[in-house]
Write a protein that binds this ligand. Structure first.
Ligand code: NAP
Length: 512
């Protein structure tokens, strides 16, 4: 395709992060941008994940943008369709459709030092030039399907939870579910209700906390429609999660009560002591993402559901054989085996100054200043980058903080009239020291593998402190951490002139 686009900003990804970025650009009066989306519509993981029972375990009033509140939510927790239609509504209401390029997958992004701009190449060969590049591809979108012997010889249907095959009627069939994380927890009750038999293959039990009742009463719904009450409720959820859930990750005050609650939930739902023992984790709560679900255990207790804890040895053409030699028949295999979350930005090839290749620099695990910028990659930003997943609250909120910071970066760049800006090596070093100290206090370094960790053992995905700490750190001026990067040849394209001037004080760098 011989098409070239020349823009101020290129945003990659049309989920919560990309749409939030688009709204922020519009509000700042910047119209010269595209949102490049590899799928056929906006929505990100909420478009991709359509498995039965797919919903969000964070209350909808918190799991939304602050500028586009859910005012008519019937249920406390939004379903997949509800979130997807919310995101489509945001795209429509904020005029983002005209900026959206669907079925456009970015293959390469290269910083052109002579003009201080990014050049993007799509799978279809289209070229895009932009002053600013924002990756908003999220962390949980590349399915992980383990390479178990015999996997490709299975004769039945096999699909990942995030690529559900709706053409498969599971009624009366034998279904194998591999994995027991949040996705498995949500889909199991639905498929167990229709399948002849469901065999759940568990490698490690997860800690499971129950969710409060899902439906709002009429009066609550009416009250929550008023902006003041809505705001108060959202604030209560935000602080509530931050004060009670975030300390779990550091073995703080709430870890023991949370573990006690999870054990009580298990005891109440599972009466068989052997099944209960098999479902009891032997690692501290918070080491893996906590499963918030009130239906999972009940589904495991059904007569047509079997929990298998012997490791899978191989997959045959018609079932799964475990290490003890038992073969169980399966018509369908559901891979609820999670995502390749530590492989940030893969499979894109991202080249910064001096031709450096980001995935080589990240070979022992990704890192980015505040999860959003990397030295050597001028004017490139990430939303939901390394160590910015909040395991104890709402991630749209984390993304909004990063977007506000990126907008400050753009304003500062215009203010100092820089061709490009880049986080300094010093700021990155100070941040890395702070991050390492914060991670060392969490349960993650000393516990087993999960999608929070790179295979090198480095904790690359979750944020190791409270959401309030994140907010505080992102309120600082970019002038404290970023430096101007000139173009090697004076830029041919004039700098944008319509950014608002930053009202923030320019101060000297301070340690984190
Ligand atoms: P996950 O939490 O990573 O769970 C993957 C499961 O697959 C684990 O039980 C894992 O076992 C198992 N597994 C992986 N490789 C295996 C192998 N080779 N053999 C046997 N078992 C294997 O994935 P997920 O359930 O899709 O959830 C991912 C994240 O998505 C969640 O943590 C959450 O952040 C997000 N999510 C959120 C919601 C929501 O409501 N907000 C809903 C769904 C998902 P091990 O534990 O032993 O590795």
């Amino acid at each position: 395709m011989d098409e070239r686009l020349d823009l101020e900003v290129a945003v990659v990804g049309g989920g919560f992060g990309g749409l939030g970025m688009g709204v922020a650009l519009k509000k700042a009066g910047i119209d010269s941008f595209v949102i490049l989306e590899q799928g056929g519509d906006v929505g990100g993981v909420w478009r991709e994940n359509t498995y039965p029972g797919c919903s969000c375990d964070i209350p909808s009033h918190l799991y939304s943008f602050s500028f586009a509140p859910y005012r008519s939510a019937r249920t406390r927790y939004p379903g997949q369709e509800q979130i997807l239609s919310y995101l489509r509504g945001v795209a429509r209401d904020y005029g983002l459709r005209e900026h959206l390029r669907v079925h456009t997958a970015v293959a390469e992004a290269t910083y052109r030092e002579n003009i201080a701009r990014w050049e993007l190449t799509t799978d279809a060969g289209q070229r895009i030039l932009a002053d600013i590049l924002v990756f908003a591809v999220g962390q949980l979108h590349r399915p992980h399907i383990p390479d178990i012997p015999g996997r490709d010889g299975f004769a039945g249907a096999a699909f990942h939870s995030a690529s559900w095959d709706h053409g498969q009627d599971l009624r009366g069939r034998d279904v194998a579910v591999i994995g027991t994380g949040s996705s498995a927890g949500q889909l199991l009750p639905e498929i167990a209700a229709v399948a002849r038999k469901v065999t759940v293959y568990q490698r490690t039990p997860h800690w499971v906390l129950p969710k409060p009742s899902a439906e709002f009463g009429r009066i609550s719904r009416w009250v929550l429609r008023t902006p003041g009450a809505h705001r108060l409720y959202r604030q209560a959820l935000y602080y509530g999660a931050d004060i009670t859930l975030a300390p779990i990750m550091h073995r703080g005050w709430s870890a023991r009560p949370a573990q006690w609650m999870a054990r009580t939930h298990l005891r109440r739902r599972i009466s068989d002591p052997r099944l209960r023992a098999a479902l009891t984790p032997d690692y501290p709560i918070g080491s893996k993402r906590i499963v918030f679900d009130s239906r999972y255990y009940a589904a495991l207790g059904r007569e047509n559901v079997e929990l298998v804890t012997d490791p899978i040895a191989r997959i045959s053409d018609n079932g799964i054989e475990t290490g003890d030699g038992t073969h169980r028949h399966a018509d369908v295999i559901v891979w609820a085996t999670g995502f390749r979350a530590p492989e940030f930005l893969a499979p894109m090839s991202v080249r910064g100054r001096g031709g450096r290749l980001l995935h080589e620099e990240w070979s022992a695990g990704a890192e980015a200043f505040l999860g959003l910028a990397v030295p050597g990659y001028p004017s490139a930003f990430l939303i939901a980058g390394p160590n910015s997943f909040n395991p104890a609250g709402s991630n749209p909120g984390m993304k909004e903080r990063q977007i506000a910071y990126i907008m400050e970066c753009l304003r500062w760049r215009a203010e100092v009239e820089a061709a490009a800006i880049e986080v300094s090596g010093d700021a990155m070093r100070q941040y890395r020291q702070w991050l390492e100290r914060a991670i060392a206090k969490t349960v993650w370094p000393s516990t087993g593998a999960s999608w929070y960790k790179h295979h090198s053992g480095r904790v690359t995905n979750p944020w190791p402190a409270s959401a309030r700490t994140f907010a505080r750190m992102l309120r600082r001026s970019p002038a404290e951490a970023f430096v101007a990067v000139p173009a090697k040849v004076p830029a041919a394209t004039p700098l944008p002139i319509h950014y608002h001037k930053s009202t923030r004080a320019t101060t000297t760098p301070t340690a984190f």
